[in-house]
Each structure stands twice: as C-alpha cells, then as structure tokens.
Design a protein around this ligand. Structure first.
Ligand code: UDP
Length: 319
C-alpha cells in the first residue's frame, strides 16, 4: 500500500540507511537527511535511482523544514564511542537541538515521531538485565556523557512534546547492533574484530574481556523498530538481542566465522565502559510480538562478505 513521506534524520548512517530500505519496502516515500559527519552516501548508493527516495544534506541541529511528512524518524547522531568522543559537541547538539528541530517538523505537519534512543541511557547498569523501568547509572560528566546525556535529554524532550503538544511519539532504546554498512573503522567491537581478523592482526581486547554485550543483527533491529513505529506505545521500548556474550566470547565467534588465526591483544579498558549489558525484551515481545531471529554466529556470517569487501577497499586505515 502506498504511504506518505517519511523523514529519516541520520538516514546515511548504519541503522538509518537500513531503516530507509525498510520504509521504502513498506510503501513510504523516504527523505534521508544527514550532515555526513559520520554517515556515508555509500550506504544509500543503491537507492540513487529509486523515484520514491531523496537525499538532503542537512545538519538537523540547525532549524530545517522537510516539507509535508507523515512520519519523522530521528536517527541522526554519532553512535560509536570513538565517533562521539571525536565529535562530542555535535553529539550533544544533535541529541538536544536536533531533537527539538525534528519534533518541531513533526508538530508542524501533524506527523508521527520516532526517537532512536539507546541502551546507553542505562549507563553502567546496576540492574541486570535492563528493563525499560530502570532509570540507569550514568556518569553525567565522564567521556561517554556527551552521548548518554544527549540521548537522555532527547527522551525527555520527546516525552515533553507528547505531553504538551500531543505529538504522537515513540522511543526505541537500541542495544548493540551490527551488520553490513557499519563503518569498518568506527571503533566498535564487531567492526574492529572483523577487520583485525581479516587482516591477520591481533584482536584488541579492552580490559580482561569479561565485560558483556548482547548483539542484535541489523535486520532484526529494524523489524522491531518498524513494529514499534506502528504501535500505540509512547514510553521507551528496548529492542535488542538478549543473548549475552563476554567480549572474549565475541572475539572467539569472530575468529570462528572468519577462519582467522589472529591472536588476542590486551589493551586498557576505556573509562566508564559498561561492565554488562543485556536487554529485557519482555515488553517488545508482549506489545509487538517481536523477538530477534538471527543469532550472533549467523549474523556474523551474513556480514562477512560486506566486511571482506570493506577491508579490501580500505585506503587509509584510521586505527
Ligand atoms: N571493545 C574491545 N575491543 C575493541 C572495541 C571494543 O574490547 O576493539 C569492547 C569495549 O571496551 C566494550 C565493548 O567491546 O566493552 C563494546 O564496545 P563498543 O565500542 O562496540 O560499544 P559500546 O557497547 O561500548 O557502546
């Protein structure tokens, strides 16, 4: 069925570009907006000839008007710890000013609004697994605060537009997501390990590798996001894969999938690195009848060709 226009801020990013594909498949016309600070046009190259797709280069931290839209998906933000450390102030601005500007567009056109929030709202959590009702344990002045607090502020702003302006808002808390189109050098654990394994270099384990993460394949993540966008739920919903791995186990999976003989290389643990992270997804299961289907090993296999090509095409390695 044909639908109206959907705006995706951060549409040239990793998750944003997969969301553009899913919205087009769902019948929307899609406007992807991105300032290309960490997003890449290569992620949208396959849509260049799609008549229902347009790209607008725009920093959404500056006021903008996209024209009539039916839905605003606010996904713009640096999202890897290396990227938001490098771009701290733009990260704070896009979570705050960018969220206001995107909500103003939704309000102006009577559109739905969807915020991409994050498991980082829980910080280094003292409650495990993390339910949506947990308020978190965040260092407000540490190196990760530019992202964590920007997203917490973005959630507060979104709830305020729901309460004061009756905008039809939705909030997803995205947990570690991986798959094709991740930037090979964005510093996150899966691209780092895939790249190191494929180049035969040591896999960099920060700390002793006992910290945990729960990795969600991007197709599963986007399916959860689409379902939430159609639901009558305004409070945050966790979308992630609850299968939890230590970083050492993650390294072993990458070595198995790539067939690499790389060794492990131990390095210092970054400040405030969360010790454990795992979503409680009972709310998503109940409300959306959603749960992830792709386990870590299958997801890594599905991503292998992309990472191989990205490593092959690399000209000037950043890390
Ligand atoms: N990590 C690691 N080696 C790397 C990159 C990351 O051991 O080369 C660890 C990092 O310290 C963290 C986890 O992997 O505990 C996930 O890091 P990532 O940057 O992917 O995202 P985060 O979940 O911390 O936002």
């Amino acid at each position: 069925m044909s639908k109206g226009r959907a705006l995706v801020t951060g549409g040239a990013g990793f998750v944003g570009s997969h969301l553009c594909d899913a919205l087009l498949a769902d019948g929307y016309s899609v406007v992807a907006m991105d300032n290309l600070l960490t997003g890449r046009l290569a992620n949208l190259e396959h849509l260049r000839k799609e008549p229902r797709f347009e790209f607008v280069q725009q920093d959404v931290s500056e006021p903008f008007d996209s024209g009539t839209v039916e839905y605003v998906f606010h996904f713009a933000s640096p999202a890897s710890p290396v990227d938001y450390a490098a771009h701290g102030i733009p990260t704070l601005k896009v979570g705050s000013l960018g969220t206001f500007n995107s909500l103003e567009v939704a309000k102006k056109y009577g559109a739905g609004f969807f915020l991409a929030s994050t498991s980082e709202c829980y910080g280094d959590p003292l409650e495990h697994p993390q339910k949506e009702t947990y308020w978190g344990h965040v260092n407000p002045i540490g190196p990760r605060s530019v992202y964590d607090e920007a997203k917490r502020f973005a959630e507060a702003t979104t709830m305020a537009y729901l309460r004061y302006h009756k905008v039809n808002t939705h909030i997803v808390r995205i947990f570690n997501t991986y798959g094709p189109r991740m930037q090979i050098n964005d510093g996150r654990v899966i691209p780092n390990f895939m790249r190191q394994a494929l180049r035969g270099e040591g896999l960099t384990i920060y700390g002793d590798g006992s910290q945990t993460r729960s990795f969600c394949y991007v197709e599963d993540e986007v399916e959860g996001i689409l379902r939430l966008s159609r639901a009558e739920e305004h409070l945050p919903v966790n979308i992630g894969n609850p299968n939890e791995f230590t970083i050492l186990e993650c390294a072993q999976r990458v070595l198995a999938v790539t067939g690499s003989k790389s060794q492990l290389r131990y390095e210092g643990l970054p400040q405030d690195d969360p010790k454990q992270r795992r979503p409680d997804i009972s709310k998503a299961k109940r409300l959306l009848a959603w749960e992830p289907k792709v386990d870590l090993e299958s997801g890594l296999r599905k991503s292998l060709e992309y990472f191989r090509q990205a490593v092959g095409a690399e000209v000037s390695p950043r890390t």
